[in-house]
Design a protein around this ligand. Sequence first.
Ligand SMILES: Cc1cc2nc3c(=O)[nH]c(=O)nc-3n(C[C@H](O)[C@H](O)[C@H](O)COP(=O)(O)OP(=O)(O)OC[C@H]3O[C@@H](n4cnc5c(N)ncnc54)[C@H](O)[C@@H]3O)c2cc1C
Length: 423
Amino acid sequence: MRVAERVEDVVERGLCTGCGACASLLGNDVLGMDLSPQGFMRPRRLRPLNNAEQSAVMQVCTGRRQPGPVPDAAAPHRIFGPILHLAKGHATDREIRFKSATGGVLTALAVYLVESGEVDGILQVGVSANNPLENEVRFNTTRDEIVACAGSRYGPTAPLRDISAALDSGRRFAFIGKPCDVATLRNLARVDPRVELQIPYMLAMFCGGNPSIAATYNIVRRFGEDHRDVAEFRYRGHGWPGPTYLRTRQGKEHSQTYDETWFSNLTYELMFRCKICADGTGEHADVVAGDCWVMDSGKPSHREAGDGWNMHIARTDRGRQLVEDAVVAGYLHEEPFTVAELEAMHDDHGTKKRSVLWRLAGLVLTAQPFPDHGALRVVQAGLAASWRERWTALRGTLARSLKRRNRESPVTSGTFAPDTTTS
Ligand SMILES: Cc1cc2nc3c(=O)[nH]c(=O)nc-3n(C[C@H](O)[C@H](O)[C@H](O)COP(=O)(O)OP(=O)(O)OC[C@H]3O[C@@H](n4cnc5c(N)ncnc54)[C@H](O)[C@@H]3O)c2cc1C
């Protein structure tokens, strides 16, 4: 197998997840983190890296290697990974449940961890203080700070860009991020023992892929507004799933439904790395949460359904104990949820996982590097794909690779420039 061996290759061959760990490990005089011309968060090289620096990053980078679930995890479900505990539920706090992306399980767990003294703080992302369309990393130590970060940000985030500073501080903290962010942290734990000691809990959300920031700017343009006038922007939340909402500095408000945002004629680019992702369901996390969609004729519906419900999976003993403790302490409400319900509700993750083997085959045939997916059962899932699924995935990746559409700008190039025309 051919994996990328240099930061430059990870970025330029479309394998970077944009987590920011590399910039944090080497320092911001070596690598900066910026929005790339394509609108993804990417390391920007400020000087050439030496061999020691390249190998320090490559030991950790998920663009090179994502080895699979943690050792004490349960025997994995073929699509959804290790399941020690599965339930549906929501935060008991009404404000958290309302403001969060779904039912507020991740926020409630984070608040419980801080208020019980289990950790000193939460490393997570929230809306940028300088630009309501973009995001920044926060180390939160109070309930109000954590609740202010509730909600899903469907755009670039770099949650690990401050990971070295957080570890150097000696504080104990929990981490919340996407499955790939948590996978990078597990890689870091293999070379830095402080991760295991200082980050006792890693929480993730189900993730179908993270779009370019261009998608966000496109939504603003579709509302007929100039991005410089935006005062507040939410993708969802404040209901379930909650509308995509924009308020301008002049007080004008716009909103549209979840389906109008993601399933209408909006054109947006997912990262190429997301297309070959073998873990949209957070297999490396202690606890992962997703939507517990209302089902219509056996299919998930995204219509507004009032108070939010998550489905959540504890994957490790530590995660199971955390959920149990948060229920006993009154932070979480839980009800039974079955594996059969999970399979029907989140079959999009089955389709995605079955396709990875065939997408990787497309990369092999065009001599492109791809990540080592270790124990993520890529072959097992791929062999369960129908012939149609196999052909669609293979053909799509071959075409993409031959047209060089898996490639990104060099790590030395400029940054994203929003389109300023309004539609
Ligand atoms: C890019 C993306 C794709 C998703 N795809 C799916 C999917 O395919 N299926 C599904 O069921 N659910 C998906 N979700 C997850 C869903 O939107 C909810 O986050 C999840 O149900 C947890 O809900 P909650 O109410 O517990 O979260 P909340 O209590 O609102 O907490 C959300 C947490 O996620 C953190 N966060 C938000 N955005 C990001 C980000 N971009 N990077 C890192 N951390 C972030 C916040 O800091 C916060 O701590 C996706 C979310 C994102 C951001």
